[in-house]
Design a protein around this ligand. Sequence first.
Ligand SMILES: C[S@@+](CC[C@H](N)C(=O)[O-])C[C@H]1O[C@@H](n2cnc3c(N)ncnc32)[C@H](O)[C@@H]1O
Length: 251
Amino acid sequence: MTETELRLLIDFHLLAQRQGPGSDTDTLRALDFVNQMSVPNLNIADIGCGTGAQTMVLAHKLNGNITAVDLFPEFLDILRRQAAEQGVSDRINTVQASMDNLPFSSDSLDLIWSEGAIYNIGFEAGITYWKSFLNSGGFLALSELTWKTNKRPAPIQEHWNREYPEIDTVSGKMRVLEQQGFIPAGFFFLPYESWMETYYKPMRGRFDSFLEKHGHAPEAVSIVENESLEIDLYEQYKDYISYGFFIAQKR
Ligand SMILES: C[S@@+](CC[C@H](N)C(=O)[O-])C[C@H]1O[C@@H](n2cnc3c(N)ncnc32)[C@H](O)[C@@H]1O
């Protein structure tokens, strides 16, 4: 990806409530499986936090300190502004870092949260690397693109095998977690609304202003075309694919 394409992609997602499928309801549902609401002084990392929709939910519901990590400072600036507006700045600190080079010490975290982001370094590589930062008994909660069925139509299979070869079924993802020393603690698929209402529909609503702002530059047009294709594919094949939310505890 060129620097121009990257800058445009950041700009495209900057004003979104979420940078991937998900909702506050999903974050709360995953938190129920973690069941740490009454534990004091938790040390939490939210990796690939984007502008921090889920970080705000965690800050309101959990007692402790959250380190929100993202590669792009533009997202972290918005996250800090939201934290200030919601009165939770004292519980969140932001760190600009890559998720494959994190500034945590071994066994220092009680909870690692990551919504729709681990694919950037791959599910298995991410879990293998991140688990050393968790205390034993600590929790991992992450959402990840997952097949809903054992077989699916060729167009969707080929598209996602090309875009994200590590895509797998729930049992395949759970096996990775178990092999990496985790005990499954919960799972659910994100519902249709968490794709359409909180992510794709608002995104569609930004297409025209984004293209106008960037003078219909070819790179901007390409972003809109790619996202449109992804929305069409999702709508057509939603019975076969979703984000799975995986919650697991380190042995
Ligand atoms: C699909 S978005 C999800 C954002 C947010 N968790 C949400 O659900 O709205 C993926 C996030 O990962 C971040 N990201 C991409 N590569 C990264 C890396 N190597 N290290 C840290 N963050 C990264 C992106 O900037 C983006 O905010």
